[in-house]
Design a protein around this ligand. Sequence first.
Ligand code: SIN
Length: 187
Amino acid sequence: MSHNTIAINQQMDKFDGHHQVWLFGYGSLIFKADFPFIERRPASISGWTRRFWQGSHDHRGTAEAPGRVVTLAPEPGAVCAGMAYLVTPEEFAHLDHREKNGYLRLAIEISFDEGGSEEGLVYIATEDNAAFLGEAPERDIARQIATSAGPSGRNRDYLVGLAEALRALGKDDEHVFAIERHLADFE
Ligand code: SIN
């Protein structure tokens, strides 16, 4: 699969005809909402776990020196906490562009912390995308993050921004917080 997923995502017609769609964010979409939304709610999805396994060539790294950003890995029984946004379908042009480096839209059941659930969308970068980096020791991931930067800024700011946003939501994430602790060794 090529790096650029815009054309594939535009073919996704699951929510055609809907005036509003729920979007689940678990990475930068939690702490950098650069799109208009109707409302947002703390939420979670089941069966997926957040991992710094995706390469970033276009935001927090370069083609020569990719950074690392989060994607979701399937894991039975896991719950991934994040933020759900209710958006109009027009927002997906911007979102597809922002998430174009390997992320595909997937329909998913979103559970709101305050109760209830809705079917919505999440962007996932699966292991068959060209920018996928995969598993590595968390200290090595921290080293790569500490030394990477791209058009959207320093990779360490993505990591710290995500960790702070999760703390503000009252959520634990062992993987994210462990990498954040290792970061100190390289700064
Ligand atoms: C997301 O935040 O939901 C997707 C990954 C990212 O943009 O960091």
